[in-house]
Design a protein around this ligand. Structure first.
Ligand SMILES: Cc1cc2nc3c(=O)[nH]c(=O)nc-3n(C[C@H](O)[C@H](O)[C@H](O)COP(=O)(O)O)c2cc1C
Length: 333
């Protein structure tokens, strides 16, 4: 691997992934259609939304639906969350047949409904638990495990190095640090210096596992800066990909020193309609058109004078409604 190129393959467990620009797990967004679209637009790796081990254990229909792979998803990771290991063996049984490239453990979710069960960012208060979880998974199924975590619970407990060590003790094959505390939520600014500290810690202690960074990646330039400043192996676009899946190709172009491509209104409209059609194929027209409203408003962000179009979109219930709105958008610009 030529580390001088900021864009390069990464190896997770026994699998080589062709590049280091990933789509982060995003509950409520990274469903099959959106992952599929991001792959078409250059994402190198995709994750399911967070999946409850308890829900898997109970064979909940909605939970099992989250495991579905997109047709173009040759590699994908399943992200699990849990506050104890009680439901883990039963949950792993349910994963048979899905063959994820790796399983990721969510140790970053700040939502009280999740943290009160000991899951998500609450896991950071209990490093021995992550060791146990990673060990249990790797002993049960032949799948690599990665861990996504924050810098700590709050400013006074920034234990990310101790937590990383606990994950590595269990045998984690990749680490992703969202460089904020749980208390910070999603507010700016992520503390990228801690990504460098984590990478340096792993190098010093002889751990050759890829380190990924997350936090405040909204433009291709942000990704380049994060990779350059911290020495980490790859990045995950999260909110930066919502309404802008072009970001993967734009970043690849920037990292490989190709000319920056600007996105025309026609390309934006084409991607909205492509996304809509992927949604319809997956959910059926009615549900797709309702769910597509929030995505479309994200696509329209930053385009001047679109408030009337947005008002149309938030009422759209048929494919036809979107076609009309896009026609009006085209005519108004
Ligand atoms: C709406 C939303 C849903 C998210 N869902 C998940 C999730 O299911 N699993 C997870 O590990 N992180 C989740 N995250 C965190 C993101 O993956 C990412 O780490 C975080 O947004 C920081 O990156 P950003 O500042 O570039 O958006 C979510 C974030 C948002 C905004």
């Amino acid at each position: 691997m030529n580390k001088q190129n900021l864009y390069h393959p990464v190896t997770i467990g026994n699998t080589q992934i062709k590049g280091n620009l990933f789509l982060a797990p995003l509950a409520g967004y990274t469903d099959v259609p959106f992952r599929s679209l991001c792959i078409e637009m250059g994402s190198d790796m995709t994750f399911t939304e967070m999946v409850s081990t308890e829900g898997l254990f109970r064979k909940g229909e909605k939970t099992l639906a989250l495991l579905q792979k997109a047709p173009n998803e040759t590699e994908y990771a399943i992200q699990l969350f849990m506050g104890t290991t009680d439901s883990l063996p039963g949950a792993l049984e349910q994963l048979r047949g899905y063959n994820p490239t790796f399983i990721d453990i969510n140790c970053g979710c700040p939502v009280p409904k999740v943290t009160k069960t000991g899951a998500g960012s609450s896991m950071m208060k209990n490093p021995p638990l992550i060791t146990e979880i990673v060990k249990m998974i790797t002993r049960t199924i032949p799948t690599a495990v990665s861990v996504k975590f924050r810098t700590g619970w709050d400013e006074n407990s920034q234990n990310y190095l101790e937590f990383a060590q606990a994950a590595l003790d269990g045998g984690a094959s990749m680490l992703t640090l969202h460089a904020r505390t749980r208390a910070q939520g999603y507010a700016p600014f992520a503390d990228w210096a801690k990504l460098k500290t984590l990478k340096d810690y792993c190098i010093t202690n002889g751990y050759d596992v890829p380190i990924f960074g997350s936090g405040d990646l909204f433009h291709a330039q942000d990704a380049k800066k994060m990779l350059q400043e911290t020495g980490i192996d790859g990045i995950m676009f999260a909110r930066g990909a919502i309404g802008n899946p072009f970001i993967f190709q734009q970043t690849k172009d920037l990292l490989e020193e190709r000319e920056e491509r600007t996105i025309s209104l026609e390309q934006k409209i084409a991607i909205i309609l492509r996304h809509l059609d992927l949604m319809i194929a997956h959910y059926g027209e009615k549900s797709a058109c309702i769910q597509m409203r929030k995505h479309t408003c994200s696509y329209l962000k930053g385009i001047a004078n679109t408030s009337a179009i947005k008002q149309e979109v938030v009422k759209a219930s048929k494919r036809e409604d979107y076609l009309e709105a896009m026609h009006r958008l085209q005519a108004s610009c």
